[in-house]
Structure formats: C-alpha cells, structure tokens
Design a protein around this ligand. Sequence first.
Ligand code: ZN
Ligand code: ZN
Length: 358
Amino acid sequence: MTQDRAHRVNKLLEDANLEGFLFLDRANLRYLSGFSGSAGALLVSRKGATFLTDARYTTQARQEVSAQTICEYRVQLDGILEQVNELGLRRIGFEADSLPYAMVERLREKSPAGCQWQPESERLRPLRWAKDQNELTALEHASGIAAEAFEEILPLIRPGVLERDIALELEFAMRRLGAEEKSFDTIVASGRRGALPHGIASDKAIAGGDLVTIDFGARWKGYHSDETVTVAVGPVSAKLRQIFDIVLEGHDRAMDAVRSGVPLRDIDGIARGYIAEQGYGDYFGHSLGHGVGLEVHEHPAVSAQSEVLAEEGMVITIEPGIYIPDLGGVRIEDMVCVTADGHRRITRLPKEFRLLPV
Ligand code: ZN
Ligand code: ZN
C-alpha cells in the first residue's frame, strides 16, 4: 500500500473510531493492496495490513500484493475471523455499500462475543476520489485506446450497418489495441433509439439522417475510460441539429466550470440550467456525470444532490444529454481531471458536430 493510501485508511480508522477495517470490494482491494484477482479480503488495523485469499490466488497475491502478511484460507469467513481473533480486533468496519447482508449476518454470528461490526458508507466514499499520477496515466491510456479504436471504425458508421456490428467492431478494435476489456456494454443508439439514454446496441440498421450516439470505453490496468460521441450520418433534421448544439454548449459550459473547490452540484446546474433555458429541461433526466476510475461509475456523483466540492485529482465525467421520444437523442461525454488551477480533459476524441458521409 502506498504511504498516501495507508494514511487515508488510518484516517478512516481514526475518524470512525475503529480498530480495524475489512475490505472485500474488488475495486477497493485493488486500490489498497494491488490485488487484481476476484476473491480476496484485506484486513487493515493500526498494526498493519493482512491480505487473505484462497489457494487459486496465493501465488498471484504474492506477486501483486503489498500487505505485510498474506494468508490463505479455505473458507473466506473462517479465514477472516481467525485473523480478527489473532489481532484481537473488537471494533471492525465494513463496506456497507457492497457487502452482502447475508455475509454481515454470518460475520456477526460467528464473531466472538463483544466483537462489533460497524457499517461504513459516507466515510469510505472519498477513499479513491483523488487520483495519483499512476492512476491518471492509466486513465489517459485507456482513453487513448478508446479514441484510436473509434477513429478506426468510424468509416463503418454508414447506412445499412447494424448498431451491434458497430459495437462489436469497436470492442474488437479496443481489445486489439491493448484494452483488457470494454468498460461496459457498448451503447450504440441511432435514429429514434437515440431517445434511450442506455440503448445497448441492437439489430437496428443505421439510416441516413440518423444521429448515432455511441457510449463506450476501454479498461486498461484496471482503469476505465468512458465517453460518448454523437455523430450525424448524412444531413440531419434542423431539430436534431438544434438539440446537438444545445447539448454541446451545455457540455462545454460545464467543462469550463470544472476547477478545484467548485461544488459538483453547481457544475451539474450549469449544464442543466442551460438546457432548461433552451426549453429542453424535461428531456435531460439523468445526472450530469460521475467519478470514474477502478470502477466505471464511482463516487463522486456530479448531480443536483451532490454536496461534494471538486478536488484536485478527481476524475469525473461531464455527460449532458437530450432525449426526445419518437425523435432521437444526443449525449456528449468527456472525462475530465480536476487540477490545481482548472481541469484537464482526459478523453481525446473531438466532440464537435461531425457529419459522416452517406
Ligand atoms: Zn458513458
Ligand atoms: Zn459516464
């Protein structure tokens, strides 16, 4: 664990008045220990960190994990409780947002008398907010793969080609360019399907005059990219062009506002306010953005409800959209990093209106 991360966990223990913390969430495990496998546990106390995993992963853990102690268990719960006993921990925190209720019940049932398991949610959220240089490099690399793959498959976006074939080619190109995996199921929503904010690529064929919204990303070294491009396949109607311009302007204004210390809800409000002023407030139903890193959607949310201030190192998305049933939709999304004096765009693709030949 880097000093900085160890410091954050120690502060968490202090703030929550805990003797130890049990991490089971995969993204947190990777962040804190370096472990990239699918089954493990990290028990952190003031005395240090113990990483636990099963026989499938012991060798991998010895290569990847930076904890002081690595233990192998047959049954995860037993392994955890053995360590809890050995370390004499009595007040232990757990990840309330991701630990299954049944697991918490079993931990409580099998723990020695006097042992308290304390759910933690709010206090955990800032843990991975601020990205360090290695993380930013990984996010930029993932975005670079996605951009290169997109430019490669761009000629494919033409009338008659199926949405799902575009998704498939894009995913294939990202993998070929070094992505470990796509960040999430690729969204390709053309024509009227553009009104579906999460329109997973379907069997619909692209038609001339469609706007095509493509939301996609690549994962590299565990870090995800996430961006949305909306392109026009041949000339589109004046109404579609109008909503494109409104979304782009809302996007640009919100991007410009990103700087350290600004409330995230204000950034949401800038895009939302502009879109509402133009008469489309009812057609922008989701929040403006989200954090992105080891998970494609992570804290902090960039929404009207947010009480978080933009902080140096945070990487968030800015993704306003307008979705009009039976007509179509537009979303434009970039990833941006909050810097000391403003922001830096992480994604690379141009977001201006692009008219593809038919
Ligand atoms: Zn997206
Ligand atoms: Zn997103």
